[in-house]
Ligand binder design. Structure first.
Ligand code: FAD
Ligand code: A2P
Length: 321
């Protein structure tokens, strides 16, 4: 039987070149098709490690089949889904859902429009000499192809891409914060995806990526391919915290890279076609704010005034956790 396709339609880019100053409403973006009381049970298609030999921790790419969902669980780039881990909490109640940024485009990794993919780091920390594993992230990293998983959503309108083909997209990601960025970059540069979406991206995409070690860099081969295929449209700046040092001799973080590129970055930000996306560790927000303040100063700009303006214009997008 033909799957029920309900991919959110691709819209033509506006013909006018005028920048949009007023924040757009995203009325046609799907939300909460599935809620916690009646989640969709999706089947795991694949679940594999994204890390190389010598990496720290565990980060997996996981894909679910959505084709039997009715109503169809469609989504757009930049949204998240909820996952309800199997089992019960300490009080005998079903586990609460956890949100995960969608790492695939609406057309899915196989371009058939009926899958969704996630990029999940297993939460692990030490407490009283014991290793504690996060409930949902461990569940997700351990699931096998064929397993059924309760999915809710999609949710989120904060991280949506603009429609304009000549927009510039600055991305600041740490760790799994790459997930929505992977979807954006596939939409911009992945050949079969481009054929499907008819979105002829003509702007500049600049990814600042923070990872602890080179072996922890996520989707690196794809990003290198985009760099060689689209050298004029894609820039990729890495901050490998445990292999590189900042000017003070400390760990290299993306905010240090932001400072190094202050002039070029703020030339872009002054252009009304530029959007900035921040995703990953909540802890990076003060550091990014400080770097943006210093970088803005170098251009004679005031970040504490500029940031609310960018936010109001729908050009400053933050999803940290
Ligand atoms: P839990 O079992 O829920 O444990 C988490 C709890 O452990 C914390 O609330 C805290 O109380 C405690 N804890 C955590 N660290 C420590 C510590 N060091 N010391 C002491 N206590 C600690 N995650 C991804 O991997 N990929 C994504 O793409 C992603 N996207 C997200 C998008 C959004 C919008 C949001 C809100 C979150 C996202 N997350 C993502 C995080 C994800 O939702 C979960 O929070 C994460 O996987 C941990 O869930 P868990 O069930 O494994 O941990
Ligand atoms: P580190 O852990 O070396 O201090 P991952 O999720 O794979 O661990 O990657 C997160 C990356 O973000 C790591 O390189 C981590 O560095 C880095 N990081 C940690 N804290 C901050 C912070 N406050 N600001 C920016 N980057 C951070």
């Amino acid at each position: 039987m033909e799957p029920k396709k309900a991919i959110v339609s691709e819209t033509e880019a506006p013909k006018t070149e005028a920048p949009k100053v007023v924040k757009k409403k995203h009325a046609d973006v799907p939300v909460n098709i599935y809620r916690p009381k009646t989640p969709y049970e999706g089947t795991v298609i694949e679940n594999y490690s994204l890390l190389k030999e010598g990496a720290i921790g565990r980060v997996n790419h996981i894909t679910f089949d959505l084709k039997d969902s009715d109503p169809f669980l469609n989504y757009v780039e930049g949204q998240s889904i909820g996952i309800m881990p199997a089992g019960e909490d300490a009080n005998g109640k079903p586990h609460k859902l956890r949100l995960y940024s969608i790492a695939s485009t609406r057309h899915g990794d196989d371009f058939n429009g009926n899958t969704v993919s996630l990029c999940v780091r297993q939460l692990q920390y030490e407490k009283d000499g014991e290793t504690i594993n996060g409930v949902c992230s461990t569940y997700l990293c351990d699931i096998k192809p064929g397993d059924k998983v309760k999915i809710t959503g999609p949710v989120g309108k904060e991280m949506l891409l603009p429609e304009e083909e000549d927009a510039n997209i600055v991305m600041l990601a740490t760790g799994t914060g790459i997930a929505p960025m992977r979807a954006y970059l596939r939409r911009m540069f992945e050949p079969t995806e481009k054929e499907k979406n008819k979105w002829n991206f003509k702007g500049k995409a600049w990814l600042f990526m923070g990872a602890p070690k080179s072996a922890n860099l996520l989707y690196e081969e794809d990003l290198q391919r985009y760099l060689s295929d689209y050298p004029d449209n894609f820039k990729y700046t890495k901050a490998i915290s445990r292999e590189q040092q900042n000017t003070k001799g400390g760990r290299m973080y993306i905010q240090d890279r932001v400072l190094e590129s202050a002039n070029e970055l703020f030339n872009m930000i002054e252009d009304e076609k530029t959007h900035i996306y921040l995703c990953g560790l909540k802890g990076m927000e003060p550091g990014i704010d400080e770097a943006m303040t210093k970088a803005a100063e170098e251009k004679g700009l005031n970040w504490s005034e500029l940031r609310p303006q960018l936010k109001k214009a729908g050009r400053w997008h933050v999803e940290t956790y």
